[in-house]
Write a protein that binds this ligand. Structure first.
Ligand SMILES: Nc1ncnc2c1ncn2[C@@H]1O[C@H](COP(=O)(O)OP(=O)(O)OP(=O)(O)O)[C@@H](O)[C@H]1O
Ligand SMILES: O=c1ccn([C@@H]2O[C@H](COP(=O)(O)O)[C@@H](O)[C@H]2O)c(=O)[nH]1
Ligand SMILES: [Mg+2]
Length: 246
């Protein structure tokens, strides 16, 4: 189901370079060798190693769940429920980026432009925000919602934090359902419009699915059918989290 196309209406237009691949996340369906990793990632890894220690700042390693799924698959909705029932800290990469925009920081403009285009923000920015948030929360169970978005994100995180996630939860939702949900979200998000949604779906397919494939090959992915009501989906999520050891 995760490769299902929305069909003629949404995905017929040919991909343009700006709509399919973020400048820092262009590596498709091929895992990088260490020598091929972008310089920025290597620089960042050295920086964090000297600032935060090899475990990324946590003296006790937290249980880490990556929560992935297409745009509008319900990641945020389900994470709120998991956090409430299972005591996880909920770190949404998208929310961290939006807060960075709202803070008026130097990087805000670049982040805003990238989100409007449905592209992926450079790993050094996102990983730094996540690392800080993990450190600040000091939680022993963390949901990282909507990250990693591409192989470069994944490699940067694993190198800097020094480990893989314990589990990757994948919300599998048909594209037409995701589009319907996003167009009805009504929270004033700059990316909740049909043009950006089309781009986000392409980026999900070309750059995020390879991350899910990678973690599947490592036996880490737990796929949840993300159709039905939020409560119905949470029944399955609840069963899954009840079966995990954290
Ligand atoms: N099972 C569901 N059925 C119908 N609507 C839902 C369901 N789950 C979530 N929604 C609604 O769909 C919209 C998108 O949900 P949500 O924000 O949780 O998705 P998301 O995966 O976090 O999206 P994004 O990647 O854009 O952040 C919201 O308006 C939410 O209330
Ligand atoms: O790791 C990330 C997470 C998000 N982005 C950008 O933000 C938007 C919205 O993200 P949500 O998680 O869906 O709220 C996403 O389309 C990207 O443009 C990112 O670059 N990296
Ligand atoms: Mg979300």
């Amino acid at each position: 189901m995760w490769r299902r196309r929305l069909g003629a209406l949404l995905l017929r237009s040919p991909p343009s370079s700006s709509s399919t691949a973020a400048s820092s996340c262009q590596h498709r369906r091929r895992h990088l060798l260490p020598s091929e990793e972008p310089l920025a990632v290597n620089r960042l890894a050295r920086l964090f190693t000297s600032q935060a220690g090899s475990d990324g700042g946590n003296s006790q390693k937290p249980f880490i769940a990556f929560v992935l799924g297409g745009p509008g698959s319900g990641k945020g909705t389900q994470c709120t429920k998991i956090a409430s029932d299972f005591g996880f800290a909920h770190l949404s990469a998208g929310d961290l980026l939006r807060h960075e925009i709202a803070s008026g920081s130097e990087k805000g403009e670049l982040i805003l432009d990238t989100i409007k285009e449905g592209r992926i923000v450079p790993s050094e920015i996102t990983v730094e925000l996540i690392r800080k948030a993990m450190e600040t929360s000091n939680a022993n169970k963390v949901l990282i919602d909507g990250f990693p978005r591409c192989e470069e994100n994944r490699i940067a995180f694993e190198r800097i934090v020094g480990r893989e996630p314990d589990v990757v939860v994948f919300f599998d939702c048909p594209e037409d359902e995701m589009v319907k949900r996003l167009l009805g979200r009504n929270q004033g998000r700059v990316d909740d419009n049909i043009e950006t949604i089309k781009k986000r779906l392409k980026v999900f397919e070309s750059l995020n699915i390879p991350v899910i494939d990678y973690y599947s090959s490592r036996g880490k992915v737990r796929k949840i059918n993300a159709t039905g009501t939020a409560d119905e989906i949470f029944d399955a999520v609840h069963k899954l989290f009840s079966s995990l050891r954290f």
